[in-house]
Design a protein around this ligand. Structure first.
Ligand code: GLN
Length: 309
């Protein structure tokens, strides 16, 4: 291990032990019945350097529901396949609203503000249905290829649990359909969306899966070029400005890295060219982002003095 990596190991170890002793505020996502049952005290961290050295702490090998983190992979797949045309259907502006908000859609004529809020991901799911025969299999194959891990799966239990209470997402899908920006049946779009959100990974797997975003669009482990350099920059830019919904400004301000959260309590953050850091702690703050995750990353980039700025 080179001295820089040893220093990072020690920094993470110290912050992990500090944060785990502090008060763990917030609630697990309670609007998805299966997610509300998850133990809120789970806490895992993994750091993967672009030289392929990887560390893990705590519950870093345990799989969890990556939820909205999957939206980055969904965007990467559809962007790779249809290119810049995607931006005719979804914008790239921060929304400043909650992840499941209906508010701006009427004035924006059904064009969601960005692909990382629910409305945006639902539109990207609609495009995916149009461009392949079996969108669930196509998406899963893509994740397996990008992660280099052929054991990655959906959770049928979590997808069905989310579908059973998805009143808001059903409202969003139907509303966008009425405005002409969803072409397929709203039920099919919603079904695909909950499956895409139900992908399960551990922090160790998540860091590997997102390695292409720290490595100019290329997988770290097999040199597979997922996206070109410009597309990679653009996805990192949207993560920076929209990855944490109405807490995206706060995340940029406190942490200073592009990242993405999910209501399963996961967060992945990218230091382009250097590393990918993933965390899992299921209790969420009022904006739907992991309480400990936000805290950990703020202390981590403060201690390392890393940021993209
Ligand atoms: N922020 C999230 O992770 C939201 C994803 C979740 N499946 C939902 O639609 O509510």
């Amino acid at each position: 291990m080179i001295s820089k990596e040893k220093e990072y190991f020690e920094i993470i170890n110290k912050i992990y032990l500090k944060v785990i002793k502090e008060e763990n505020l917030g609630e697990t996502a309670n609007y998805i019945p299966e997610l509300s049952k998850i133990d809120g005290e789970k806490f895992g961290v993994s750091l993967l350097f672009t030289d392929q050295l990887q560390f893990g702490f705590g519950d870093c090998e345990e799989k969890f529901s990556i939820q909205s983190i999957s939206k980055v992979l969904l965007l990467a797949l559809v962007y790779r396949d249809i290119g810049e045309k995607i931006w005719e259907r979804v914008d790239v502006e921060p929304s400043g609203t909650s992840f499941n908000s209906l508010l701006q859609l009427e004035t924006d004529k059904g064009i969601p503000r960005n692909p990382f809020i629910n409305s945006g991901a639902l539109v990207v799911c609609d495009i995916l249905i149009d461009i392949c025969d079996d969108p669930k299999a196509y998406f899963l194959d893509f994740i397996k290829k990008v992660s280099g891990n052929y054991s990655i799966q959906y959770s049928d239990k979590i997808a069905k649990s989310e579908f059973s209470t998805a009143y808001r997402n059903a409202a969003l899908t139907n509303f966008i359909k009425s405005l002409g920006n969803i072409h397929n049946s709203p039920d099919d779009v919603l079904d695909l969306y909950v499956y895409i959100c139900s992908i399960e990974m551990s922090c160790m797997e998540l860091s590997k899966t997102f390695s292409f975003l720290a490595n100019k669009g290329k997988n770290l482990f097999d040199d597979y070029q997922v996206l070109n350099i410009s597309q990679t920059k653009r996805i990192n830019a949207i993560m920076q400005t929209c990855g944490f919904y109405d807490e995206s400004g706060e995340f940029a301000f406190r942490v200073g890295l592009p990242g993405k959260s999910g209501v399963g309590g996961g967060i992945v953050a990218i230091m382009p060219k250097y590393y990918i850091v993933s965390l899992w702690s299921p209790k969420l703050n009022l904006k739907g982002n992991s309480y400990r995750g936000m805290k950990f990353l703020e202390e981590f980039t403060t201690a390392t003095e890393d940021s993209i700025f």
